[in-house]
Design a binder for this molecule. Sequence first.
Ligand code: ADP
Ligand code: MG
Length: 350
Amino acid sequence: MATQEPDRSARRRWFRMPASPRPEPAQEESEAPVPLEVPPVDAPPVKLDTIAPAPVDTAVAIPDAEPAPEPPAPETPAFPEPTDEEVAASMTLPRVISIANQKGGVVKTTTAVNLGAALAEIGYRVLVVDLDPQGNATTGLGISHRNVEGSIYDVIMNDTPVDDCVEPTSVKNLFVCPATIDLAGAEIELVPAFSRELKLKRALQGARDDYDFTLIDCPPSLGLLTVNGLAASDDVIVPIQCEYYALEGLGQLLRNVALVKSNLNPELEVRGIVLTMYDARTRLAVQVEAEVREHFGPKVYRTVVPRTVRISEGPSFGEPIIVFDPSSRGAIAYRELAKEVSRGTSRRAG
Ligand code: ADP
Ligand code: MG
């Protein structure tokens, strides 16, 4: 197991990204609706359905705007509302949670990094496992791929203990098991391996009790790495972007979760759906939110993560939003989400 903050000051020297001037937060985090500019007549046509503001939120009315198209309906039936007993019984620690959605760019990595940081800030001990060969959670937490001694590839393919690969981050209580590009090969190398779907589960078992929450940042596919992530998890959190195609493929993901549950991991549950990249000025975002809430009911977290450039700037400094801009809307949202996900529990299983 990684000891708490091993030689953090020494590590900081190499894993911190070089400082470049930070943009001022003021203009990015303005709560006021941004007035829409009317394009010049010879400009290419603008798709009003994606930029038209919701009437309540803006002073600028766009005459004759096309109504936003109905977002595609989710492909699966709604979840039943859990009883209070079920909720209470399911909130024991430690928990291993996959952040999964086979679509790319739906904010899996951002959620793994920032939810992890916000849970750590509450006082939970948190491990982020980077299971994506792109390694964005690793760099987003300030760890350079070049300097990692062991990675999740070694854990899965070479039976290296997780503890030997865990790196501390700039947030107290937050650790990362990094990914390097080697992991891209694992998807193929795993094919002939014995118990190939359960490699990660077995590897994490030794470290499970060392962390209150282990968040697995899954790759954008439904391949063997994602199956390993799901098989190793108690829960899945699915991030959904409030965009037109956001719900496409959701049915396939939920069917895969059901397959892993019935064949490999009976404990697996979809713990929650988190709406991200929410822009209240667009009718589309409002519609997607309404659609998802209607369909998935209590599975959808009340917290909605707003679309804000500040969140996307954090990774280039190797910092989660709660460090990079602690009072920003993004930081507030991820703190709220952390409260919802943890429900303030301190109960440990067993
Ligand atoms: P995934 O892991 O699902 O591929 P990412 O977390 O990498 O998605 O996010 C995709 C892109 O969106 C990244 O460039 C990220 O910085 C940006 N992003 C994430 N969350 C937000 C947000 N709330 N507002 C604006 N941009 C965001
Ligand atoms: Mg990612």
